[in-house]
Design a protein around this ligand. Structure first.
Ligand SMILES: *[C@@H]1O[C@H](CO)[C@@H](O)[C@H](O)[C@H]1NC(C)=O
Ligand SMILES: *[C@@H]1O[C@H](CO)[C@@H](O)[C@H](O)[C@H]1NC(C)=O
Ligand SMILES: *[C@@H]1O[C@H](CO)[C@@H](O)[C@H](O)[C@H]1NC(C)=O
Ligand SMILES: *[C@@H]1O[C@H](CO)[C@@H](O)[C@H](O)[C@H]1NC(C)=O
Ligand SMILES: *[C@@H]1O[C@H](CO)[C@@H](O)[C@H](O)[C@H]1NC(C)=O
Ligand SMILES: *[C@@H]1O[C@H](CO)[C@@H](O)[C@H](O)[C@H]1NC(C)=O
Ligand SMILES: *[C@@H]1O[C@H](CO)[C@@H](O)[C@H](O)[C@H]1NC(C)=O
Length: 411
């Protein structure tokens, strides 16, 4: 802007302030203030707030911005607030001493020495320039609706302004999320998150105790509900389990086949064992099963062995593969989950053999394998997928309600 223009504006501004001050005393019929409302302001609906050296500058900013329809100006502090609506019966003005409220349409001809013939698109500002007035993107519009978020709190909608939301709802982390108006003209930010592990449930409210809960694992986009058993919720390291209502069993028998007839004899091997898994531990970030967690394995004999793997030491002479007895049974029925369909079992060990492998349904996998010693092992990590054919009742697990934790908000 040229010096002369600044000078002119300065004069207009000085005049303005005098006029405003005098308005309270004498009914000045000044054209500039004719349509301005004294000692009133329009709350909310803000586009931008800044300090302006005078009412004219504030009005000019409004005139240049497509989204601006009216503005407030605080004569004392010079606070200029651009708003995107016009006051009316449903959007009333409020009393505020020292403020002036005005509607843009009344000021267009008074203000716009430049940009007069330019019609910028919504979210744009007209920038006067010697080479021609330009429309420049500067606003993101009204902040978006955020799922599980409160209505946003914001002081403006132009580049760099923030909108904050309180997240709440069943299974939703009680946190504050922030969106920022980026210079692409888009509100960018992190959405409200749901609890995705037993640790999250503990962070949500430390009074929850071990039991069945609904979580929304990140492995399923933090979007799909999974029923987990939380263990150690009152300890420093809660862990996630899936309760298995059906039989899940592992057997590594102490048998050995001898002679050409492959007669079976019981040995005194100490590495045999049989267990039933009533639950399996999982890592919720990738829904991988921890096959060697025996927290809730019921040991029937010997020692525990990995979930899903079948092995024995029966085939000592390498010709008795047909008598192997290592057994593994997986049954994820009624859990809402199935074993990853692409997971494969591989043979491993000495003189191994897979006698039987049945994956007739998504829920049940049975294997009979053995060797000297050897068997078949699930390729790791053995992960779980959603079982879209099973719908678990809402009441079969607790949906958590998070306490608001002011320190857990992230920006
Ligand atoms: C006030 O409003 C009238 C009629 O709407 C208009 O002619 C006049 O220019 C406005 N005055 C100012 C200062 O904008
Ligand atoms: C979030 O909740 C707090 C406490 O109730 C409140 O002070 C704040 O204004 C709320 N923020 C939003 C964005 O709703
Ligand atoms: C699997 O479980 C075992 C036994 O509880 C534990 O030591 C190990 O850290 C767990 N592994 C993972 C990846 O969680
Ligand atoms: C299934 O397992 C394969 C191979 O391990 C893996 O690439 C894939 O991501 C898994 N799918 C799911 C849904 O976990
Ligand atoms: C596989 O298991 C299913 C279900 O238990 C059973 O009906 C079927 O006969 C089995 N298939 C073989 C080949 O054993
Ligand atoms: C189950 O549904 C989800 C979401 O609709 C989908 O992503 C997933 O692939 C489905 N799983 C199976 C095993 O079909
Ligand atoms: C609040 O959240 C922080 C960060 O997630 C956590 O460390 C703290 O324990 C939580 N406080 C309560 C009372 O839950």
């Amino acid at each position: 802007m040229e010096v002369a223009q600044y000078f002119m504006l300065g004069i207009i501004l000085m005049l303005n302030i005098q006029i405003i001050v005098h308005t309270h005393l004498v009914c000045t019929d000044n054209s500039l203030l004719h349509n301005a409302t004294i000692d009133q302001m329009l709350p909310n609906h803000k586009i931008q707030s800044f300090t302006a050296p005078g009412l004219m500058i504030c009005a000019r900013e409004c005139v240049y911005q497509t989204n601006c329809l009216s503005f407030n100006f605080d004569i004392e502090s010079g606070q200029c607030e651009l708003t995107r609506v016009v006051a009316g019966p449903s959007i009333p003005l409020v009393s505020k001493t020292g403020y002036v409220y005005a509607v843009k349409s009344d000021w267009v001809t008074t203000i716009a020495e430049k940009c007069t013939h330019v019609n910028c698109a919504p979210n744009h500002i007209c920038v006067p320039s010697k080479t021609g007035d330009m429309c420049v993107l500067n606003d993101c519009g009204i902040p978006p609706v955020v799922e599980f978020g409160s209505s946003p709190e914001y002081r403006g909608t132009v580049f760099g302004y923030k909108a904050t939301y309180n997240c709440s709802g069943i299974g939703v982390k009680a946190e504050i999320v922030t969106f920022i108006c980026s210079d692409k003209g888009i509100w960018e930010g992190q959405h409200c998150r749901r609890v995705s592990s037993c640790k999250d449930i503990q962070d949500c409210d430390s009074s929850y105790v071990d039991g069945e809960y609904w979580i929304y694992p990140n492995a399923f986009g933090n979007d799909e509900r999974v029923k987990v058993y939380c263990h150690g919720l009152t300890t420093d390291s809660p862990t996630d389990y899936i309760t298995l209502p059906k039989e899940n069993r592992i057997l590594w028998p102490p048998m050995k086949a001898i002679g050409y007839d492959c007669d079976l004899v019981t040995t005194d091997r100490t590495d045999s064992g049989e267990s039933v898994f009533d639950t399996i531990r999982i890592t919720t970030s990738n829904m991988a099963i921890n096959q060697s967690d025996y927290q809730f394995a019921r040991l029937l004999s010997g020692i525990n062995h990995e979930y899903g793997n079948a092995r024995d030491c029966s085939n000592s002479n390498g010709i008795c593969g047909h008598v192997v007895m290592g057994y593994a049974k997986i049954d994820t029925g009624q859990t809402g989950l199935i074993i990853n369909r692409t997971a494969v079992w591989r043979n491993n060990g000495h003189t191994f053999g897979m006698k039987y492998f049945n994956r007739s349904s998504d829920h049940v996998i049975e294997a009979v394998c053995g060797g000297w010693c050897g068997g078949c092992y699930a390729e790791t990590p053995l992960t779980l997928e959603l079982d879209n054919s099973t719908i678990l009742p809402d009441g079969s697990a607790t949906g958590v309600t998070c306490r608001f934790n002011y320190s857990s908000g992230y920006m």
